[in-house]
Each structure stands twice: as C-alpha cells, then as structure tokens.
Design a protein around this ligand. Structure first.
Ligand SMILES: NC(=O)c1ccc[n+]([C@@H]2O[C@H](COP(=O)([O-])OP(=O)(O)OC[C@H]3O[C@@H](n4cnc5c(N)ncnc54)[C@H](OP(=O)(O)O)[C@@H]3O)[C@@H](O)[C@H]2O)c1
Length: 136
C-alpha cells in the first residue's frame, strides 16, 4: 500500500482557495514564498493525486520530476491508491477529494499562513480524524 500523505497550506481560519487560486496568491512575503518552495521540494519524486483544477495549476517546472494523477469523482479511491504500492502519494485536494481520501492519510503537513481574508474553499478539521471509530 502507498504511504499516503497530504501537504497543505491554510489561512488562519482554514482558508484553502479563492477563485481557483490560493487565497494569498501573489503575496511576496517570506512565509508565502517559502510555502510554495517547500511544497514542490517535499513532493518531488513522489505521486501527487488531485482533482482536475489542482493538477491543472501545477506549473510547468514541476511537471517533469513527479507523477501527477488527475482523479475524478467516479474513481474508486482504493483502486487509485492501489496503483502506487511502495510509493509516497500526496493527496492534493480540493476539498471534495479530501472528503473521500482523508481516511487514508497517515501524515498531514499543514502550514498555517498569515492570511485571514476571503476564500471559497475551506479546510475541514474533521479530515484529520476521518476513519477513526473510537468514542471519547
Ligand atoms: N491551500 C492548499 O493547500 C490548496 C491545495 C489544493 C487546492 N487548493 C485550492 O483549491 C481550489 C481547487 O480545488 P477545487 O475543489 O475547486 O477543484 P479540484 O482540484 O478540481 O478538486 C475537486 C474535484 O475533484 C474531482 N474529484 C476527484 N475525486 C473525487 C471524489 N472521490 N469525490 C468528489 N470529487 C472528486 C471532482 O471533479 P469531477 O466531479 O469533475 O470528477 C471535484 O470537483 C483552488 O482554489 C486551489 O488553489 C488549495
């Protein structure tokens, strides 16, 4: 089975996306620049699985040195993940994808950005515990 992970950046209130981009797109401050660099460093050589908009936004420079996989709502998550035994697979979003794949994610890497403005895509903290069944 793949080692399934996720690396994401959220705003102070869980903002994930706005108008098809990162909500803080274009901000030049160090945390924003470092976050993007870190994302491409950490995912290099691995598999990145995401919805069509997220994969479509991967820049050309990052397309040659990782395996990019577009997933659609009709795909079977177990079949998709089963294609990559012995690989590290990053689940890249968007929210509908995390709704379904969160229960397979063993390692979350969440960078909380200095941004608290508008968004139209949001992080759901319930993803972190998806698949757990014990009662408190
Ligand atoms: N901050 C971050 O770390 C981060 C990371 C990723 C994305 N984003 C942001 O999020 C936005 C893009 O995400 P998005 O949600 O709009 O589009 P998306 O990346 O295309 O992902 C959502 C689409 O994935 C498809 N999908 C694949 N498997 C699915 C499943 N099992 N169940 C349901 N749908 C599934 C669906 O399309 P079909 O029904 O057509 O198959 C769905 O509409 C952008 O604003 C982007 O910047 C932010």
């Amino acid at each position: 089975m793949a080692d399934v992970r996720s690396i994401i950046a959220i705003g102070q209130s869980g903002q994930l996306g706005l108008n098809g981009h990162l909500p803080w797109e274009g901000k030049r401050g160090r945390p924003f620049v470092e976050d993007v660099e870190r994302f491409f460093d950490i995912t290099r050589g691995h598999v990145l699985i995401a919805g069509p908009k997220t994969i479509g936004a991967v820049p050309d420079f990052a397309r040659g040195d990782r395996t990019l996989v577009v997933i659609r709502s009709g795909d079977d998550p177990q079949e998709v993940l089963g294609r990559f035994p012995d690989r590290t697979v990053y689940i890249g979003g968007g929210p509908k994808v995390w709704d379904v794949y969160a229960k397979y994610i063993r390692h979350w890497d969440i960078n909380r950005m200095p941004y608290d403005g508008p968004a139209d895509r949001w992080f759901d903290p319930a993803w972190l515990l998806a698949g757990g069944t014990a009662k408190r």
